[in-house]
Design a protein around this ligand. Structure first.
Ligand SMILES: Cc1ncc(COP(=O)(O)O)c(C=O)c1O
Length: 389
């Protein structure tokens, strides 16, 4: 691998040398005091991230528990739904992208489902959400930052609707928590989930959940898959362990990565992510490119990843463009599912420097030039630099 390789995919994101080194330390038992100390450090730092992800540094939740799982956030999403609607029940999943659809697919296995759907990349209709959620609704699921489209969905507005009907509100904050604002109590969130390899900038393989006291009371562990029994996970977490063998090296990497977030402080981290995503967006607009997601009054563009429509002529042979980016030692993502060949996506999650953001913009401009697209690379670099000043 080239020494200057730059990973700009929306996860996994680059990890620090200290995180890498921690994973090669000698192995210990997952039932040892050494491991319990690692779990506790990760849990304490996660408590901070889950409850103080605010621009003003205020606290937004107090009575919940942070859990860490072997397994990525899809498992945490399934655990939340399965523990809440084990013996049937009604789930309203909100779908306007691939990860909203994932929640719906999970819910289909456990409950009766009344989904509210919008075209991927478009905003959800809050009136339709209000119509779908009623007093029989057990769980409402939604994705805060839809990674497949780059749209930041209105969790607060949906949380109010869920609370009016006493429905448990489960939110996927996989590409927002640790990089953007996330206000658990203010938004009536009962369960929040995130992945290690996104804004937490830890190695892939673990995920985390914050479950409020109210959610914990609603969990029925026996109705969930054996491995995902949240009552059991909660019991073991009291002694800083997992029910089954923990992925020891991954937990070590996670602990260091999340402690780094606490050191930076969420207000500064949120500001930095917002500035860097503006630099990407403004840079690409100045090149003459267009945003893929369409925002309305209720939605924002993501502050952690940027999704841009490929120009029509590039869509005829998108591989040539992506190859030209890769040849320059930079890794970016295309569109997922039916959006393949239609868009490209870059992440600013974790701890990228201003220089790395600029390199991303420059590389993408050069790749477009190489494939003959009509873009103004220099205008893009100048606009991004201006945002990063
Ligand atoms: C919004 C969102 N939810 C959930 C996931 C979970 O995916 P995985 O379990 O593959 O890590 C991802 C990963 O990209 C995501 O972006």
């Amino acid at each position: 691998m080239r020494e200057d390789f730059l990973l700009l995919n929306p996860g996994p994101v680059p990890v620090t040398r200290e995180v890498c080194q921690s994973m090669s330390e000698p192995m210990v038992s997952h039932r040892s005091a050494e491991f319990e100390a690692v779990y506790e450090r990760a849990q304490d730092a996660l408590d901070y991230v889950f409850t103080e992800s605010t621009l003003d540094g205020s606290s937004t939740a107090s009575d919940g528990t942070s859990l860490i799982f072997n397994g990525t956030a899809t498992m945490a999403m399934e655990a939340a739904v399965a523990n809440l609607v084990g013996d049937g029940g009604k789930v309203v999943p909100l779908v306007n992208g691939k990860f909203g659809r994932r929640f719906k697919r999970i819910a289909d296995r456990y409950a009766s489902v009344d989904a509210v759907e919008a075209t991927w990349g478009q905003s959800l209709d809050l009136d339709a959400v209000a119509d779908a959620v009623d007093d029989d609704t057990d769980v409402v699921t939604m994705v805060h930052n839809e990674t497949s489209t780059g749209l930041l969905n209105p969790v607060e507005a949906v949380g109010e609707i869920a609370a009016e009907h006493d429905a448990t509100f489960v939110v996927d904050g996989v590409t927002s928590i640790g990089g953007d604002e996330f206000r658990i109590d203010d938004w009536n969130v009962d369960v929040a989930v995130t992945d290690a390899q996104k804004c937490l900038a830890a190695p892939p393989g673990t995920s985390a959940m914050y479950a409020t006291e109210r959610a914990q009371e609603a969990f029925d562990g026996e109705s969930a898959p054996f491995y995902e029994d949240l009552d059991w996970h909660l019991r073991k977490a009291e002694s800083h362990q997992t029910p089954f063998t923990s992925a020891v090296p991954l937990f070590r990497g996670l602990a260091i990565a999340v402690e780094d977030i606490a050191d930076e402080g969420m207000p500064a981290r949120i500001e930095r992510h917002r500035q860097q995503s503006r630099a990407f967006r403004e840079g690409f607009y100045a090149m003459g490119l267009e945003s893929f997601p369409e925002r309305n009054d209720a939605t924002e563009y993501s502050n952690t990843l940027t999704a841009i429509s490929l120009p029509a002529d590039v869509r005829e042979n998108p591989d040539a463009f992506f190859d030209a980016v890769a040849d320059r030692g930079v890794s970016i993502s295309g569109g997922q599912a039916h959006l393949g060949g239609e868009i490209f996506r870059v992440s600013n999650m974790g701890h990228l420097s201003a220089e790395q953001i600029l390199r991303g913009v420059r590389t993408i401009g050069e790749a477009f030039e190489e494939v003959g697209a009509d873009v103004d690379k220099q205008a893009g670099i100048d606009a991004a630099r201006e945002e990063l000043r």
